[in-house]
Design a protein around this ligand. Sequence first.
Ligand SMILES: *Cc1c(COP(=O)(O)O)cnc(C)c1O
Length: 838
Amino acid sequence: MPQFDRALPDSLHVLHSLALDLHWSWNHASDELWRCINADVWDYTHNPVLVLQLTSDTRFTQLSDDGEFLALLKKLTKAREDYLENPAWYQRQYADAPLRCVAYFSMEFGICDALSLYAGGLGMLAGDYLKTASDLGLPLVAVGLLYQEGYFHQGLDHQGWQQETYLYNDPGSLPLQPLRASDGSWMTIKTSFLCREVRFRVWLAQVGRVTLYLLDSNDPRNQPSDRGITSKLYGGGSELRLVQEIALGICGWRLLEKLGLDIDVCHLNEGHAAFATLERIRNYCKKNHCDFWEGLWATRASNLFTTHTPVAAGFDRYPVELMRRYADDTGLAMDVTIEDIIALGRANPKDESEPFNMAWLAMRTCAWSNGVSALHGEVSRRIFQPLFPRWPEREVPVGHVTNGVHIPTWDSPGADQLWTDACGKNRWRDDPDAICRQSLEQTSDQQLWHLASEGRTRLVDYVRERLVYQWRRESTSSSQCDIQVDMPLDPNILTLGFARRFAEYKRPDLLLQDPDRLERLLCNPRHPVQLLVAGKAHPADNTGKTKLQHWHQFLQRESVRKHLVFIEDYDIELAQYLVQGVDVWINNPRRPWEASGTSGMKILVNGGLNLSSLDGWWAEAYQPALGWSLGDGQEHGPEADEADAQELYRRLEEEIIPCFYQRDHEDLPPQWLARMRSSMSELTPRFSSNRMLREYLEHYYLPAAQGHHARQSNSGALARELRQWHQRLTQHWHEVHVGEVQIHGDELQLSVHLGGLQPQDIKVQLVADPVTDANGNTLPAQILNLQLQHPLTSGTHAYRYTIAKPDNRPLHDFTARIIPAHAAAQIPAEAMMIHWQT
Ligand SMILES: *Cc1c(COP(=O)(O)O)cnc(C)c1O
């Protein structure tokens, strides 16, 4: 380990492994240890590796003689051993499950600021996911890229225009270690791009029980331009993005094979990593001496694709020319041609004008897919509908698992204590259902209010510190080093938070629609309010940067400066203080663009309340007793911004501010506390990542692992059978006809013509769409399976199917259809032919 060349006294040697296990990023019991070694480094960097590197030998010698320190170290070492070795929830509940290991691929991972490999919500979710898998004991390894510069750091110039600074992340000072092969050499994965061989070095980040592998192209043996492949996250043009995605997917899967890991489920966190499914196929084919299509059938049932994008324009697409250029070198094409692969990335495989779309590829190589909230599931079925021609949108095979957040990462020390008192020590390490709804019944109003006040005070102190730091950078002469201004903010007044990426759809300046009204609202002397704003615009997004500048301009008003701050460089630490200290979290995206959103979930455990558009997770969480909504739950364009802003002001002025300032004889706000209590106890467990991970496990990982074993056992016999079945369907589908429905008394009869197919290859169904009757009652969609009538009429390929006449809806509501059927196949994900009665 290059970063640990320095020797530590024997009694302190274990600090190396504690520093390298990112468990410290959510296990705050160890904060005291790092602060004790070197408070200055720890408080500044929150990076134990730097604490070890920057501290003097003298200090370590002192500590090796310090009984109190050694006792603390021993306690933490023991706790870590227990954490790693004791059976966790998964080991206890799923001891016999067929699942051995999930491989989780993501372009971003937001674990902590010391290892900053994220740009926004996607990465934060991935970070929370790994921590949760570790806590619950779910067997999972993760694959990502190590960016030398990561995402940019933000500053504003004097005009309020965003400035981007890219810092070099010295891997030798990050909580990482090189992954060593058994002969001690540093493991690398090779691939070739065009005519050049490129090596990716492999790093290992330990996230509790979970291992995260990171690939990095900055190997001195690579050409300079190739060393830069992994320099930035979301930097560069479409070619660099393609190369990064090949690195993540192809090289990432190659690494797992090289390590000999027994992966049964491959989970793509967004389509960026979809090439992994191709490399997975290739490996299967090589081992089993079969062709690409059989390999696809053997692996697809254990691939899961999670989509996070609410609009088709958000998917990565590549010109086919670019795909063709990289085809040979990357081994994308295998024994099929690159044109076959390109066809997998098109909605209509025959449409030559379509570019190659990573999400379409993922959809075609994964038998399972899901959106990240109930609403986003619906939206995704609409987006992916073109891949399933003639199938009703409601049957497009995209389910949903609503996101959740890793509570130990986001709760404040005060909230941690309060929940421990109410529900015990292991509350976030177990089944969230075990946390009963009445969990906070014993907690008094005073305790709840104390939690809110304490969080607000910590937030105000923290933000003031950051502002001083920010102002120092902005000062134009050395005489301004001493900042002697009235500090803004007040720990006792209603505190609103608004922090998110400055993307157009999030409408980050909606609150500024009527600046005078916002000023009056903030500066009302009787019921003052303060607002904390943070967020970055993508470096290429000038619209976002302009919106940022609007806040800067508004801040030029002297009067609002005490009540409004813009904190630069939104990061995890700032997010933590914000979600632990705000009274109300505002989120006003344009529906349905916020696939889920997670920041509003982070405030739940800390007692904050949400004021949000009915979009993403809030569309399913909102109830009047738990928080506040915006909008009518319909989709609108920018023309609705004006009205939405009015509603936002009105909710604040007429409902939220009065509720906060209405106090009883003990100076407590009774209505507010009632909401706080309900929001905390109803929503915290529901939007925790424990619930999310359990759903992924039950709805996807377990059936996928089963599919994996079924298809690959017996040298892939089932995969071959499925492939032949599908070939039969493809060859004969045009011969299939649906006849007329005939009524015989209480029975319906239908004759179908199957050509070269057999009855066991297909299903005959009657389908009725959902309808709303005159009284406003909705009848759900209905699907009825018809029975094959015996004896068969021999030799004609014609078969008669029957069913009892439906008694709840008129016959003309129903249409007959034929679809593929096989007990082991996912329909229509894996076979999307369909014949409707004409
Ligand atoms: C949670 C979080 C996000 C994502 O928040 P959204 O609700 O999706 O906007 C982005 N950045 C940071 C630092 C976060 O903590």
